[in-house]
Design a protein. Structure first.
Length: 258
């Protein structure tokens, strides 16, 4: 990690939701390597504590869909590591179903974790950031925030909502020293994609190689995005040279969307 990044993020308090695994864990690790004071938030205490121990991070257990839990987690983290300067809203989930079979329960789950969770976590830190006239918020959205995909209408609706929230807050906070951006990965090499492959194999009878080819055909580079590529974009957006970057949706998807 470069000395410049170390001096940029040293002693800055960074909160990463969904930080125990996948993209969130890689983002948290990159900030920790850059000298930041990192808090990871998640629902599963064992995984959370294991990742926090490995990174030297603070672990705060919370379901991002529950306001009281979010507020308690942010309060505890601020007491332990100081005011939150960077929030990375990474927690999310994806479920697929044909629209006629997308019932209210599935619809509610997708909006709750992907959109309401982003709102609740942002709401918990935004007041202090605005008062300090300093802060960075990065929402991990998806290419599903930029285009539509069949069989994931609820997920697409939620991620489009995240992008709308990002743009609205970027305008609202533009003169308050707080930037708000979205990073929109395509299919990324994580456990979530592994589960997607399992579902394709189970529902279609295809072998795993064919299932992977089905996922990769939307990416002109014909490969999965690496989690560290997403993390690098997040760190850049939180650095001083991105102070004029706000309200943007940065696709990391090999040219899938433009």
């Amino acid at each position: 990690m470069s000395r410049s990044l170390s001096s940029t993020f040293g002693k800055r308090h960074v909160v990463v939701t969904g930080g125990a695994t996948g993209i969130g864990a890689v983002i948290a690790a990159r900030f920790a390597d850059a000298g930041a004071l990192v808090t990871i938030i998640g629902r599963k205490p064992e995984k959370l504590r294991a990742t926090a121990k490995r990174l030297g991070a603070y672990a705060a257990t919370a379901d991002v869909t529950v306001r009281e839990e979010v507020e308690a987690a942010i309060s505890d983290a601020a007491a332990a590591r100081g005011a939150v300067y960077i929030l990375v809203n990474n927690a999310g989930a994806a479920e697929a179903a044909p629209f006629p079979k997308t019932d209210e329960a599935l619809w509610g789950r997708m909006l709750a974790v992907n959109l309401t969770g982003t709102y609740l976590c942002t709401h918990a830190v935004a007041g202090a950031m605005v008062s300090a006239r300093s802060g960075r918020i990065v929402n991990i959205a998806s290419t599903a925030a930029l285009t539509g995909y069949a069989y994931v209408s609820a997920y697409c609706a939620a991620k489009h909502g995240v992008l709308g929230l990002t743009r609205s807050l970027a305008r609202e906070f533009a003169r308050m020293g707080v930037t708000v951006n979205a990073v929109c990965p395509g299919y990324t090499d994580t456990e979530l994609v592994e589960r997607s492959l399992d579902n394709i194999v189970a529902s279609t009878g295809r072998n795993r190689d064919d299932a992977m080819a089905e996922l990769l055909k939307v990416n002109p580079q014909r490969r999965l995005v690496r989690p560290d590529e997403v993390a690098d974009a997040v760190l850049w957006l939180c650095g001083p040279n991105a102070a004029s970057i706000t309200g943007q949706a940065i696709a990391i998807a090999g040219g899938e969307v433009m």
